[in-house]
Design a protein around this ligand. Structure first.
Ligand code: GDG
Length: 755
């Protein structure tokens, strides 16, 4: 993949700095992410922002920065207090346990949170100073969750991606986080958010709904003017790197010393960071149970357990180490003989090459995390064994469980089940792991990175809108407008043709707006597409020669014709939704249910604000479940929740008009709120470059043009009417296929409502 510059933000740089006597030494650190990104870094400019792994005094920072710059790395220097609060304090003592569902181990402190915010801001500052509109920014993992939104606040307008390497917990758990809104909003600053599995996406969406009241589609969250795409992209490993390491001396040595030492015996391998999520005690207990229940394995099986030291400053990790030491001691004490020790416990950081030798020597890999985003060890084992085949006993709570066909899935909390599965796998002589191997070989880490960036780039069209101020008398727009033979104009009402009033009934159209609409209608087909009722539109605009769409697309009235209604809320929605809304109205003093033909609405404007909002989130969540795969949409408005038919939206109305006005060779549409986005989307999809989409109130990623206010829009529309009036040959509006027979009545006050 060639092209745009890539800026990566991850807590640790791929280079670790270490102080050596009077100078500094840079050591490349190998890791999954480094390998994954090295392929995508080729052929493009690339820089990586992160912590260099050591405290660097002020005076040495210029030197260290220069050394790192040569390797494409840009250091974020952290003080000891920052490292403690940001890394140990909030990332590893709050988010890590919480995301793995261990609320008891999640200890929030205000000072750690402040350090987390501070360090995230340092990353955002550093990147904001470098990022250009065409760059791609890729932020990694839970330690930097606030960075995407902080970049937006600093005016960064390029494509921002975020990948969460660990699980996203169920919303019930997530909601216990004291700073739950901030973290979600932080992530939602990205254009594309990637997770290892579907379950995490679904939890994330539910948290957005329950915590922020933001609804979403399975792959898309719309927040304000921005769209955040969600994707499932399970990470992989680099099988070629593993094959290369397998050929090295250290790997071969490890392999042959294990096979010699345990000749005629079965070797079980466990490789984990010494972390409480990895289920090491559970694994040891299951192995103990196997030895207890099946004596034949006591001297015929060995468990080689690598437990790499990790986060040793955190109390819980120290407690875990004590527990593991104790269990290993107990089991070895109980089952060792002079010739055999059942557990080889390696509490050290082992080189990757040696690890590959160990994997190759093992008949079974025992991977039992109680929760794990993905788990690379499972993949590495299968890759290292290659054609030899291997047995994998794998926790169903690892993301990898969904991707490894042929693995023996277990519940790590059930030690009897794990022991039995392990016993079965030890019996197998020629395990076939070819399906798993196929997956590992195809889903490589670099393919993962390529896919992520491709998805991120796909959002770019929205990120970099060629949005310009609307100036109808300036070229190239002027020429396009003047030469349009059958123009079509689609306009929202409130906020677009008229500024908002505190009382909605006061926002009647000005004389100027009515005159401009009439003038435009002499040369173009004009429609006002509004959320207002048919009666209000009739009263304010019904005498003008324009089409009207009421209640966000529920009914359409062509000039001189009757209202045509679209999907009403009936049947299922009425039977199931109405009682639910009524129940919530009963539970929430001040709330009420309104039944319209197009929708059922639950209003909570008069409810106590906090409680009303709380109940609204609960209701949204219920409605989402209830209406899944049903043709209804739930709209969240200003202190109102509406359930309407999925066919009822401004987008569907615009689509219908475009279908009727097929010969429209130019479309101008303008709007200012969420519901107008559907209209913008329909015009963009159906008319592409033949459409001018104008946002009122500022730039918007879905539009080609923008204008400051309804007043400036009216000015431009006025100029447009004049421009068309000055044309020598008036081309006239496009034909309306449906209403062709009725063109005689154009200009007359229209018919009445049907209902
Ligand atoms: C997070 C998520 C997700 C282990 N011991 C040694 C050593 N390792 C290597 C393994 C493997 C890596 O560390 C561990 O990767 P995991 O995926 O198992 O777990 P986390 O570190 O928790 O990673 C996880 C991952 O991010 C990627 O998105 O899969 O779910 O928690 O590569 O081989 N490496 C060396 N010495 C050791 O002693 N050199």
């Amino acid at each position: 993949m060639k092209g745009r510059r890539l800026i990566v933000a991850a807590t640790r740089l791929p280079v670790t700095m270490a102080r050596k006597a009077e100078s500094w030494e840079a050591r490349a650190s190998a890791g999954g992410l480094v390998t994954a990104l090295s392929a995508v870094a080729e052929g493009r400019q690339f820089e990586w922002h992160g912590w260099p792994g050591a405290h660097v005094p002020e005076s040495d920072r210029p030197t260290v920065t220069r050394m790192l710059a040569r390797r494409g790395a840009r250091p974020i220097f952290l003080s000891k207090a920052d490292i403690e609060g940001f890394y140990a304090g909030f990332s590893n003592r709050v988010l890590w346990p919480l995301c793995h569902g261990l609320t008891d181990l999640s200890h929030f402190t205000q000072s750690a949170w402040q350090a987390y915010e501070r360090v995230n801001a340092m990353f955002a500052d550093a990147i904001a100073a470098r990022a250009k509109p065409d760059d791609l920014v890729w932020v990694h993992d839970y330690q930097l969750a606030l960075v995407p939104e902080m970049l937006r606040q600093r005016g960064v307008n390029c494509a921002i991606g975020y990948f969460l390497h660990i699980p996203f917990p169920s919303s019930e758990i997530y909601r216990t986080l004291p700073v739950r809104e901030d973290v979600l909003r932080g992530i939602l600053g990205a254009n594309f958010v990637g997770f290892h599995g579907y379950e995490y996406v679904s939890h994330f969406r539910k948290a957005c709904l329950r915590v922020l009241g933001i609804e979403s589609d399975p792959e898309l969250i719309k927040t304000g003017a921005r769209r955040v795409y969600l994707g499932v992209l399970p990470i992989g490993i680099d099988p070629v790197e593993i094959a290369d390491m397998a050929r090295q001396k250290a790997a071969k040595h490890e392999y042959s010393s294990l096979r010699t030492a345990y000749a005629g015996k079965k070797i079980i391998i466990g490789v984990d960071r010494l972390d409480y999520t990895k289920g090491i005690p559970e694994k040891l207990l299951a192995f103990e149970e196997l030895l207890r229940s099946t004596p034949k394995w006591r001297e015929r099986a060995v468990l080689v357990q690598v437990a790499a030291p990790s986060r040793q400053s955190v109390d819980e990790y120290q407690a875990l180490k004590r527990r593991v030491d104790e269990l290993v001691g107990r089991i070895n004490g109980q089952y060792s003989t002079p010739g055999h020790t059942p557990i080889v416990y390696i509490h050290q950081n082992v080189s990757r090459t040696r690890l590959v030798g160990m994997y190759q020597a093992a008949d079974v890999a025992l991977v039992t995390p109680i929760r794990d985003g993905m788990n690379l060890v499972a993949l590495e084992y299968i890759a290292a064994r290659g054609e030899l085949g291997g047995s994998l006993v794998l926790s169903e709570f690892a993301g990898a469980a969904y991707l490894m066909p042929g693995a023996r899935l277990v519940n790590p909390y059930n030690i009897h089940e794990v022991a039995a599965a392990l016993g079965d796998e030890l019996e197998r002589e020629h395990p076939d792991s070819s399906h798993m191997l196929d997956f590992v070989n195809e889903n490589t880490s670099s393919a993962w990175a390529e896919r992520f960036l491709a998805r991120l780039e796909a959002t770019t069209a929205e990120v970099l809108p060629a949005s310009r101020p609307l100036r109808v008398t300036q070229d190239p727009l002027k020429t396009r407008l003047r030469t349009a033979r059958h123009p079509l104009v689609l306009l929202d009402y409130d906020g677009t043709l008229r500024s908002y009033e505190r009382k909605p009934q006061d926002a009647s159209p000005s004389r100027k707006a009515r005159r401009i609409l009439s003038d435009l209608a002499k040369h173009a087909a004009v429609y006002v597409i509004s959320g207002r009722s048919a009666d209000t539109l009739e009263q304010w605009l019904g005498d003008l020669p324009i089409g009207l769409v009421c209640e966000h697309g529920f009914a359409l009235r062509e000039v001189g014709r009757a209202w045509e209604e679209r999907g009403t809320v009936a049947g299922h929605a009425l039977r199931r939704v109405l009682p639910l809304l009524e129940e919530f109205a009963r539970r929430t003093p001040g709330a009420m249910v309104e039944r319209k033909r197009s929708a059922i609405a639950w209003h909570y404007r008069s409810a106590e604000p906090e409680f009303g909002a709380f109940q609204a989130r609960e209701l949204l969540s219920e409605l989402e479940e209830m209406l899944r795969r049903r043709p209804f949409t739930v709209l969240r408005g200003n202190r109102v929740i509406e359930v309407r038919h999925a066919q009822t939206s401004k987008g569907h109305a615009a689509e219908e008009i475009l279908r009727r006005r097929r010969d429209a060779d130019f479309v101008l549409c303008a709007g200012d709120d969420r519901t107008d986005e559907d209209m913008m989307e329909a015009v963009a999809r159906l008319r592409g470059e033949h459409g001018v989409r104008c946002w009122v109130g500022g730039r918007h990623p879905m539009t080609t043009h923008w204008t400051e206010s309804s007043a400036t829009l009216l000015d431009e529309l006025g100029k447009l009417a004049e421009l068309w009036a000055r044309r020598t040959e008036p081309p006239g509006p496009p034909a309306n296929n449906a209403a062709r027979a009725h063109t005689r009545v154009r200009g007359k006050t229209s018919a009445t409502r049907r209902d």
